[in-house]
Structures are given as C-alpha cells and as structure tokens.
Design a binder for this molecule. Structure first.
Ligand SMILES: *Cc1c(COP(=O)(O)O)cnc(C)c1O
Length: 824
C-alpha cells in the first residue's frame, strides 16, 4: 500500500517548502542509517536531545531519497526535485500519518500495555493465532512514541488482525499512542513498580496506561491487584467493558487451581459453562501469568477451548533480545531464531551491520511465513535488504526461499539453498564458517536451535552479560549533560572496564562518539583490527610499540620531555609530518603529565616538530568528592593557564579536556571542548549525585552445580571455615577467585542472588567454585541460575562488601568468563 506525496501533505497538514518529483511513499524513515528503499521513502527529520534529523537530509538526498518532512524552513535550492513538507512538529506529523493509515482499516486491533510482559504476550498471541489468520504486529518491542507509528504503518489490506504494544514512561504520553493504535480490544498485562519516576503516584500511572483503552470494546486484565481493582470499581472514568481472569471466583476466567511442576504448570479453569485444564510449558510466575493472559484473550475472542488446550502447551520461550555470542572458528553469532518476518529481519540486520569485527557477513534464513505479499515481492524485498546491509552470503533454508535463489544472485549475494534444517546440518562441515559474523533467523517450525547449537561455542556456565541498550542509554544520559558542541571521548581501556572490546567500540562508533581512549598500544591495535576507525588515543604508549602505533594510526599521549623527544625522532625517521598526538599536563593527580618545571622546555619543543597537537588534557584527582572541590578548582585553573600558553605557541586550535565521569555532572563549567566518559558509560554514577537514570550494563551470572543438605556441626570448604549450626542447604556455584570473585567475599561477607533472595557465601571462596547457603529459599534446583551482580544486586554493593570499588570489580572479571552482548 502506498500514498501519493500530495495525500501525505494534506494528511499531516503540511505546507510545501518545495514541490518536487511526483511520487508515492511506502516506507517511513526516522534514522538515516536505516535507509533501504530510497525511492519510496519519506524521511521525518525529528529533533531529539542528541540528534537533529535535519542534518541528514543532504546525505539522504544523495542516496536517492526525495520525500522529506521537516520542521525548520530549510533552503530547498540544495535539493532539486525533492518534496519538502514543512510542519510544526515532525514527530506529531509522523503520528498523525500513522493514525490516518490506521483509520483505513476496520480489522480488530489488540492494544497491549502494562508494566511487564507486553512483548512476550504479543509474540505468544501471534504464535497462538497465526495458524488461523494473517496478523500484523509491532516488531520486537517497538512500543514508543516513534515505535508505535512505525508499527501501525505496517498494516496492509490483507491483514485480518493487528496486535500492537504501547509503552509509556511519563504522564501525557498515552493519548498520542491511543490515537495511532486505536485498539478495539485492550489488554492490560500488569502494574509493576518499574519506571515510576515519570508519575506522581501509582494511580496516576494506571490512569495514564488505561487511556489506551478509551475506545476499546473490552479490556482483558488480571483481577487480584487491590490497587487496580479499587481503581476500576470507582465509576468516574471510562474503562471499557471488562473481561477479567484470576483466582477469584468472580473473575470471568476463573483459575481455580494451579499445580506447578519443575518445568510445567497445570491450571484448572472455568469460564462460563466451559471447564478445562490447561498445560503451560513453564513454571515461573511471569510466564504463567503471560500464558494465562493469552488464554483469556483467546476465550474472549471465542477461540474454541479445544484449540486453546492444544496450542498453549506448544508455546516456547523466546529471547526478547538480540544476542551476539562468540562462535566456532572465530565467528560471531547473532541468534534470532525465534521468528521470521520482514520487520524483525530489518531490526536484526541493523544489529548485524553494526558489527565491524569481520568483513564477511552471513545470514542463515528460513522461508518467511505468509506476509500478504506474493513470494516474488517478498523475496525481492529480502534480497534488497540483504544487499543494503552488506550481507555477502545467504544460506537459505526451505523450499520457497530456495525457489527464489536467483533473486539473491541478481543482488550479487552468494547463495546456497537447503530444502530443510536437517539437510543444512548434514552439509554443515562443507560450509566452512570462519571469521565471519552470522545472523541466524528462522521461523519457529524450522527449529533453528539445532543450528545455533552447532555454531555457538560451548561456554562454561558463568557468563558476563552486557546489555548494549543500557550502555546506549547511559551514553545518551551523559550526552544530554554536555554543553552544545562538546565532544565525547569514551574510555574503553581494560577491555572497556571488563565488558568487552570491539563489541563495545562498535556500538560507540555507530552512535557517534568522537574519540576512544585505551591505556596501551595493543588495546588500540585490537580495535583497529576489528574495524574501528574512530580516532583512538593511547594513554601509555611504550617506545617498543611506536611502529605498530603508527601502522594502525593510533594517537599517543605524550606526557614527558623524554617521551616527546623519543617519539618525535621516531616520527622524523619515518618521514612523517603532522602526526596526531596528545599532551597530558600534570595539575595535581601526580600520575602522568608534564610538570610545571618542564613547561618552558615543552613550549620550545612545540615551536618546531613533526606533530599535530590534537588535544591537551589533564586528569582530575578527586572530581567526585565535594571535600576536594577547591583542589579540583585549582587543577582546572592551572590547566587553563597551560592551555592558553600552548595556544599562543602553536597558533592552531586543539581540543582541551579535563573531565572524567564524575566531573561531567559535578563541574559542568569545565567541560571545555571534550569530556572523557568512563565508568558512567557502564552505568555507575561515580559522582554519587544519582541525578541520571543510568542502567548498569553488566550482569554476572553463574549456575548451581550441586546442592547438599548438611546437619549441624558439619563444615563447608577448605580449612573447614564454613560451620553449619542448623540444618542447612548448601549450593555449590560455578565461580571462584580465578573468575574474579574476590576471596575476601568468603565466610558470609559476600552474597549472591538466588530466586530473588540473597544467599550468603559459606566457607572460603575456592579457585573455581563457591558455596552459598540457600537455606529457606524455596524451590531451588541444581542447574538454576545465580546472579553474582547485576539485576537486583548492584556491582557497587558487591564492591562495597569486598572493600573495593566497582572499577576493580568490573575489570577483575577474568577473560575466561564468556561475554554475551545483547540488545533488546
Ligand atoms: C580512566 C580515565 C578516565 C575515566 O574515568 P571515570 O572515572 O571512569 O570516568 C578519564 N581520564 C583518564 C586519563 C583516565 O585514565
């Protein structure tokens, strides 16, 4: 379905800055990096705290885009033939257009909101109803002010049901989303305590969420939350008619008995005259709730009970996120083998294209289930997508995609086809996976987990998970603290504070960080080898590494006269001019830097040399501590003095920087031309101001190897230091001091999270294992997961127990602990 540009202009009440070529629009674009189909794309130049879409018009124009919605009267002469539509607010225009598009369709639309479970309920519902009708739904968790319009835009005439989720974080946001989704059926998953900052009370939050259902004929929700029930009882708001489920007899779907086994749950249900037993293939509370919500929706939709009873047991867990894992033969593997449809393929390809560590990119893709397009249209679109995202090789699995292999060959993609997953696995060894990034994406029935199991490295069961969305959020939070025009250098020394190397650098590079800094030359070389092209400052370059420094275009810090002279003579011998370097000034840290006694001689050296001084910087010793503010002030003043002298001497501009994480917040007046963001990027507020909504990036998880029941008087571990006084349950977990779990955390000092409860370490920490006391925590089994830090247990807390700081804790996690990167 597409719209003529003039129809779009009138739908969004735009005025014409310039009328260009005649044309139709079928794709909406917000992020210029995600351009795939220039011809039919309409770009909305949206302005956010960190980015102004208007800056990308020129780039897009040169890529062939001709339709733009802007909110600034840009000068049209630069872009002949472009349609430039002017509106007051581009985001509102996007939303208006999506709402118009929605109003063309009279299909039932389910709108889901709530604090948790929106995405999984949407995905499960899709799984459950997909065999009977053609469904359109939000890709992944596209539920924001931008995500919702882009999702609703996907509705096509062939669709028979829409399922969209809406997420809000602040009062006043739901109105816009309601107008776009315009749900005919509402689903409220639950009311959690999460993200309450934007609301003054729980009632206000509930009231806001419920606005999604303003025009819904019914709302499906769980009964039993007192706050929700009371609020619904008050009659003074429009709430739609209700269809409830829960353990209370008055619920429309009465769940009167629940039996939980290890890996499944049986629920006995009564609804109207029907009475049946439902087997749910999960045993955790959240999954049971989500499955029962799906059951209630199906009952409301009059799906026959028999069908519900057949399909719910087939539900499968799904990763709500894209994960990047280390694979065999130095490959990286992105496992998204839970669904296959065009819109989630775009999201996955986008993630793939951010990975620069390997030149070769391979996609393993199954047949894509019914989309409403003809198969030629569908695979033509897929081949353009793959081409656009730089995929070199496609391994196509399934009869339909195999039939269209020529479309991919025409797009210069190397293709091999396989009739089934089994046949692919038979040929696995001949495919020679080696040093490439592989995206695995397949429809459920192709059971691609057999493929990912072959591709991924076996990991020992302790992993450090890195949440790339959290890192991005932290980056944004700090970017918003910068004065306009201030550059940002990200500190990625010591494997990015323990959390990875090129994986993190890729993300930072993609999201517009200006500079990277590492401690040593080999760290910088590793980044270059992984395709990082940002400028990289090396803080501690040794003379033995000068040649690789130059070979890889890394920029050393010069901090003393001897180092200056040594590097200068090296550069001169190489016949290089204007080599980029940085100068570090001593102002009070007393670590590295030119001393005041060196300064006059430095100025002399600066008068004639083979360098280009990129930046001059110093390091604050106690920027986080108010007791040392006057010292910090003196450091900054001395730094300014040095800079002005250097500026007079070299007579060209350079970047001045002195601030680390804590200083960015505490001393915004000294941000100068650039700041150096370190620990804050990883989610830790070293300023202790707690003004930013940071998310901790890493979670260290392990698993329970064995559980033992001990009697009073028995002891645990080396030296018999763990003494059992009452009957106790002791779990041995797969982490020890060799993994970076400090030995000082033994004997009750440290605790780990088991099923949401803190279990103290008992006895001494061993090299590869630790014993914890899980007495009193219900339902713990061998193989269960244990959180060492992360969700619910801050690394700062753990560091406090160990008598150290989060910096040491994070960088101390040994390299044998596998890192897993993911993006929601
Ligand atoms: C590590 C480092 C930083 C970053 O410090 P954070 O406290 O982690 O923000 C900044 N500058 C220099 C010179 C550093 O060595």
């Amino acid at each position: 379905m597409n719209y003529h540009i003039t129809d779009i202009a009138s739908a969004i009440n735009a005025s014409w800055l310039q009328a260009g070529i005649d044309g139709h629009v079928s794709h909406l674009l917000i992020d210029s990096r995600k351009l795939v189909f220039p011809g039919g794309t309409l770009f909305f130049a949206i302005r956010s705290a960190n980015r102004d879409g208007h800056q990308f018009i020129d780039h897009l124009y040169h890529q062939g885009v001709r339709h733009f919605v802007v909110s600034t009267p840009v000068d049209p002469v630069r872009w002949p033939g472009a349609n430039l539509l002017l509106v007051d607010d581009t985001l509102s225009a996007l939303q208006l257009l999506a709402a118009r598009h929605r109003s063309q369709f009279s299909i039932p639309v389910i709108g889901i909101t709530g604090s948790n479970g929106k995405t999984i309920v949407k995905e499960w519902l899709n799984q459950l109803l997909e065999p009977d009708q053609l469904i359109v739904r939000s890709p992944r968790s596209y539920n924001s002010q931008i995500g919702v319009p882009l999702s609703v835009w996907l509705i096509q005439p062939a669709h028979q049901l829409g399922i969209f989720e809406a997420g809000i974080s602040r009062a006043g946001e739901m109105d816009a989303l309601e107008k776009i989704i315009y749900p005919t059926i509402g689903v409220f998953t639950n009311l959690g305590m999460a993200h309450s900052e934007g609301f003054s009370s729980m009632e206000e939050k509930l009231e806001e969420k419920w606005k999604l259902f303003r025009h819904a004929e019914a709302v499906i929700y769980k009964k039993g939350n007192t706050l929700v029930d009371n609020w619904l009882r008050e009659a003074n708001h429009s709430r739609g008619s209700l269809f409830s489920w829960g353990s209370e007899e008055s619920a429309d779907m009465h769940v009167y008995e629940i039996f939980k086994a290890d890996s499944y749950t049986v629920a006995r249900i009564r609804c109207g005259t029907a009475e049946f037993q439902l087997s749910i293939p999960f045993s955790d509370e959240a999954s049971i709730d989500n499955a029962l919500t799906c059951c209630a929706i199906m009952l409301y939709l009059d799906v026959p009970v028999q069908r519900i009873m057949e399909r719910i047991p087939q539900l499968h867990g799904m990763a709500m996120r894209l994960e990047l894992k280390e694979g065999i033969n130095h490959c990286s593997v992105i496992n998204d083998s839970y669904s296959a449809d065009l819109s989630s393929l775009v999201v996955a390809l986008d993630f793939l294209s951010q990975q620069k560590q390997h030149i070769n990119k391979t996609v393993i893709l199954s047949d894509i289930p019914e989309t409403g397009l003809t198969s030629v249209q569908l695979y033509e679109n897929v081949s353009r997508l793959l081409q656009r995202y730089g995929v070199n090789r496609l391994l196509a699995i399934g009869p339909v995609i195999s039939d269209h292999a020529d479309l991919f060959r025409a797009a210069m993609i190397q293709v091999q086809t396989f009739i089934s997953t089994e046949s692919f696995l038979q040929h696995f060894d001949e495919l020679h996976f080696h040093e490439e990034t592989i995206l695995v994406k397949g429809a459920r029935r192709f059971a691609f987990e057999a493929i990912t199991a072959q591709l991924e490295m076996q990991v020992h069961q302790t992993v450090l998970e890195i949440n790339l969305n959290a890192m991005l959020n932290n980056l944004r939070q700090y970017q918003q603290q910068l004065r306009p025009g201030t550059k940002l250098m990200a500190m990625v020394k010591a494997f990015s504070y323990g959390s990875g190397s090129f994986e993190i650098a890729n993300l930072l590079q993609f999201h517009g960080v200006d500079y990277l800094a590492v401690a040593y030359t080999d760290e910088g070389v590793a980044l270059r080898k992984a395709g990082i092209h940002l400028p990289v400052m090396v803080m501690n370059a040794a003379s033995s590494g000068f040649s690789s420094l130059v070979e890889y275009g890394l920029e050393p810090v010069l901090y003393s006269l001897p180092l200056f002279r040594k590097f200068e003579s090296f550069i001169r011998q190489e016949g290089i001019q204007y080599y980029p370097v940085h100068l570090e000034m001593e102002t009070g840290m007393h670590r590295l830097g030119f001393e005041s006694s060196d300064f006059q001689e430095l100025l002399v050296l600066l008068k004639g040399n083979s360098f280009r001084i990129q930046s001059v910087f110093s390091h604050l010793a106690a920027s986080e501590d108010p007791r040392h503010d006057s010292f910090t002030h003196d450091q900054a003043e001395l730094f300014v003095h040095y800079c002005s002298q250097i500026e007079e001497t070299i007579a060209y501009p350079f970047i001045r920087h002195i601030e680390n994480t804590a200083a960015i917040l505490r001393h915004p007046q000294w941000q100068f031309d650039m700041v150096r963001l370190g620990i804050g990027l990883y989610g830790i507020d070293s300023s202790a101001l707690h003004r930013l909504a940071l998310d901790e990036v890493s979670t260290l998880r392990t698993t329970i190897a064995q559980i033992k029941k001990l009697s009073p008087g028995e002891t645990v571990g080396y030296g018999r230091r763990g003494i059992v006084t009452d009957e106790a349950l002791i779990a041995t977990v797969r982490i020890g001091y060799a993994d970076g779990y400090p030995r000082v955390l033994g004997n009750g000092t440290g605790r780990m999270l088991v099923k949401g409860s803190l279990a103290p370490v008992i006895g001494s920490v061993c090299m590869d294992m630790t014993m914890i006391d899980i007495t009193g925590i219900d339902g713990v089994k061998e193989g269960d997961e244990v959180i060492v830090f992360g969700h619910g247990l801050s690394v700062s807390t753990l560091a406090g127990w160990a008598g150290t700081i989060p910096y040491e804790m994070l960088t101390g996690i040994s390299q044998r602990v596998k890192r897993i990167y993911y993006q929601d």
